[in-house]
Design a protein around this ligand. Structure first.
Ligand SMILES: [Zn+2]
Length: 114
């Protein structure tokens, strides 16, 4: 039994069209492979219009993502800006106690109210 030709994939991938066609003329196995590929190509060209339509969706999605990121980013900046402890933590690496801020405190570090 004659071994099946395995050149098709290599020719299809690496060789030019002329070389592939020349081989197809003399090789039945590869003609079969070519027929399969033609079917796939047909399928692809059938699906293409749908695919192209879908391609516009990610653009809107991207814009939505950017807007979402801006909203979330803006919100978290707002939280950091109004949260003094967090600002201290960012600036000094730790949260300042009332004593550090120069307020009179008792031995527990609590604000002394007289
Ligand atoms: Zn072949």
């Amino acid at each position: 039994m004659k071994e099946k030709c395995t050149k098709y994939e290599a020719l299809f991938t690496f060789a030019d069209e002329v070389t592939l066609k020349e081989h197809l003329k003399v090789c039945e196995d590869c003609r079969e492979e070519q027929a399969k590929m033609d079917k796939v190509s047909e399928l692809i060209s059938e699906v293409k219009p749908f695919y192209k339509k879908k391609r516009t969706a990610p653009h809107h999605l991207k814009v939505a993502c950017i807007l979402f990121a801006l909203v979330i980013g803006g919100a978290s900046i707002g939280v950091v800006g109004t949260n003094q402890d967090m600002m201290d933590y960012i600036k000094y690496g730790e949260t300042l106690s009332a004593e550090d801020l120069g307020f009179p405190v008792d031995s527990y570090g609590l604000l002394l109210v007289e």
